[in-house]
Design a protein around this ligand. Structure first.
Ligand code: DGL
Length: 358
């Protein structure tokens, strides 16, 4: 009398068990992506749903960011760590060294397939390029941010985070170097830069172009960077507790030597000159840079223009001045490469090679 219901219950139990096992197997096949949270607008909150400026960055924790996008669980086995919680205008060498060491430690684990770093957009291009030069793995590292706080109508953070996790867990992103993913676009760390103070399409790689898109729940790559990155670089921060002081001096009409002299007096070991045009040296500035060089400060001639090659021996006789030129790196990225170069050498010949390589 009870046999038939028991059989039905047992069959039901077996079906549920099989479904649970199937779901667990499916999840186990998903890539394992670790999200390292650092702050920024993606973790920001505003007073109202229409507050898209004048909000507070770096207030929402990594667990809340992950919880706000349940779709992440369908595309990756996601875990989160709050590395720090800052607005990215306050990013510094201490944070970069801590972040780079954590990224390398995680990527060395066989059970980590990729990393996403949530970050403020103000210096996302700098952190991404620094990591591009010091991460020692081919596994994907994707840096992501948002231009609207998490509380805003049509906040871009959730979809950017989803696209970043998709990309970090993909085979297509392996070996591509550190990537910046926002606004459905994939940009390389070396070329990407913030081009608009407030709009969601702000990140571009002017002239040299983005690498691809994230569309239809997957990344699509059309290009790859030709410059060396990650495993191919000569830089290693694993034993570093500090980085050399390198600063930027900006030039403009009527500029004088005061800023350069002050930066040198404050102990700069390297100085990037953000020159006008093709890195031109104003007459009032040249002697200060030349004197700094003679006192051992390594000088890199860059340009405030943002695109194009700063040609060696073009607007100045770099051979005679013993200066380095920045190739196509903008001043803020030239500063990063010079800082890492100075951890290896003070030879301007060797440093110029690095600017032609990375
Ligand atoms: N304070 C800026 C930052 O943390 C906000 C900009 C943003 O994250 O989009 O970079």
């Amino acid at each position: 009398m009870y046999l038939k219901p028991m059989r039905t219950l047992f069959a039901l139990f077996l079906c549920l068990f099989a479904l649970a096992a199937q779901a667990q197997t499916a999840t186990a096949k998903l890539p394992r992506v670790v999200i390292l949270a650092t702050g920024g607008t993606i973790a920001g909150t505003g007073a109202t749903s229409t507050t898209t400026v004048g909000y507070t960055a770096a207030t929402v924790g990594v667990d809340a960011l992950i919880k706000a996008v349940p779709e992440l669980q369908k595309v990756a086995q996601v875990s989160g760590e709050q590395v720090f919680q800052i607005a990215s205008e306050n990013m510094g060498n201490e944070q970069w060294l801590l972040l780079a060491k954590r990224v390398n430690a995680l990527l060395a684990k066989p059970d980590v397939d990729g990393i996403v770093i949530t970050h403020g957009t103000d210096t996302i291009e700098e952190t991404a390029y620094f990591l591009n030069l010091v991460v020692k793995s081919r596994k994907p590292v994707v840096v992501v941010g948002a231009m609207r706080p998490s509380t805003a109508i049509s906040a871009d953070g959730p979809i950017n985070l989803y696209n970043a996790v998709l990309t970090a867990g993909s085979q297509e992103a392996v070996g591509k170097g550190v990537l910046v993913v926002l606004n459905d676009q994939i940009n390389a760390a070396r070329e990407v830069t913030k081009t608009n103070t407030v709009t969601t399409d702000t990140f571009k790689s002017p002239e040299l172009g983005m690498l691809g898109y994230v569309v239809g729940n997957q990344p699509h790559f059309y290009r790859a960077s030709t410059r060396k990155h990650t495993l191919e670089t000569e830089f290693d921060v694993s034993n570093l507790t500090a980085l050399p002081q390198v600063d930027i001096a900006y030039s403009y009409a009527n500029v004088g030597p005061a800023a350069i002299n002050a930066l040198v007096a404050a102990g700069a070991k390297g100085l990037v000159h953000a020159g006008v045009g093709d890195g031109s040296l104003p007459t009032k500035v040249r002697p200060a840079l030349s004197s700094a060089r003679k006192n051992g400060v390594v000088i890199v001639r860059s340009s405030r223009v943002g695109q194009g090659i700063v040609a060696r021996n073009g607007e100045a006789n770099d051979d005679e001045l013993d200066f380095v030129v920045s190739d196509t790196l903008n001043p803020q990225k030239a500063r990063i490469l010079l800082m890492l170069a100075l951890t290896k050498t003070t030879s301007t010949k060797d440093i110029q090679r690095m600017f032609s390589t990375y």
